[in-house]
Design a protein around this ligand. Sequence first.
Ligand code: ZN
Ligand code: ZN
Length: 367
Amino acid sequence: MDYGARQKKLRGQIEDNGFRALLVTHLPNVRYLCGFTGSSAALILTGDRSIFFSDGRYIEQAKAEVQNSRVVIGRKAALTSAAEWLVAHRTSFRRSGKAGLSVGIEGEHLTVAARSKLAKVLEPGITLKETPPLIEHARMVKDTEEIKLIRAAVRMGSSLFSALIKNIRPGIEENEVAAELEYEARRAGAEQMSFPTIIASGKRSALPHGVASEAKIRAKGFVVCDFGVILAGYCSDMTRTVHVGKPGREAMATYEMVREAQQAAVEAVAPGVAVGEVDNAARKLLKTRGLTKYFSHSTGHGVGLEIHEAPRMAAGQADVLQAGMVITIEPGVYIPGKWGIRIEDMVLVTETGCEVLTPTSKELITL
Ligand code: ZN
Ligand code: ZN
């Protein structure tokens, strides 16, 4: 990973936004900027420096992982060490005519308690200001190495799907299906699942986030399977809805409509297209069939180091697709008390359009 290039890109934006330094505390952002994968860290990025902070538990790991940054292992928590560093180095930030030092913090991620702790260590004259999500914005467009890792995670997720459906049968608990999948995932080399596995059968399939439960799969009905693995830090995310027993005509027709809506949204993906347009492509198709009111979430989201990243594929969002973004396309229809269907692929925005990364067929599978 070219951490130097990532830091350089951000440096220009720090001053443009009126800060002298950016205090990065959101761990996926720390990882993105310097490679550290541990669970306690902070990073200060200034116009010409990058300083990494952690505590004694991470001496070895920081030495092995952290790139393009000075490593400071403090006796106190990473955030306190970072604040003390800012106080000790405050004069080095000052430039003629400007007395104060404005430090950008990640308001979306820093707790109120952490902010007050910071403020207590900092001297008057050092002010904390919320930054726009600069790093999240940079992370939307993946570089070549990230795309390679994402492809590998997607491949693994997809290969697990064939094993997963072998376990779906009447009488088996949703939890058991999820447990087998997660066991296979770890055996295949996954670091962990991207999120709690969703195995939602029968009426539960109408819950868009129906994580696997003690419910037993019945002799007939849809089963929504939504899962992902993390490989080398990068997440995969896919959904397929299968049917246990022979589906009736209405079930088959509704499945086809969701499949067409998913296809329509995929076809709308291209650089320069507003995310709302992609969302609308899926919604428009479902509208002609009177199903939009049953499509209760957005059409997709970015995926990378985190399972839900920018951009969000929804109406009212300002983001425009760019080559290198990796997003999901996952429309669904959920009829309360009856059934739910969702189909989700991961899609790479290319220079000319898009590439569907998930290789799994979207034909309705009957078990
Ligand atoms: Zn999913
Ligand atoms: Zn998703």
